[in-house]
Design a protein around this ligand. Structure first.
Ligand SMILES: [Zn+2]
Length: 90
């Protein structure tokens, strides 16, 4: 599979780790695949270990249409690879 850039490839493989990751998911509203940028404060499964009296966002994600690193249109660039990417991203 061809990646748009090395930064996207590296962050795509970072889904359950702390920090930023690019992920691909279906929206329940229209059953189509979309790209997201995700941020995690802690690794997947470690959320309960955080104790704070102040509300903390431990995870967040936003839909993205273009690669933040190289600017490629993601749905256009990965049109033929999206199903393979879903399997890799799970
Ligand atoms: Zn890119």
């Amino acid at each position: 599979m061809k990646w748009c850039c090395e930064s996207f490839q590296n962050s795509f493989n970072n889904k359950n780790n702390r920090g930023f990751a690019y992920i691909i998911e279906k929206l329940t509203s229209d059953d189509e695949l979309y790209f997201f940028i995700q941020f995690r404060a802690v690794e997947e499964g470690k959320q309960q270990e955080l104790k704070s009296n102040t509300p903390v966002s431990i995870e967040g994600k936003e839909c993205i249409w273009f690669c933040p690193n190289c600017g490629k249109n993601l749905k256009k660039f990965y049109k033929k690879s999206m199903k393979e990417m879903v399997a890799q991203n799970e």
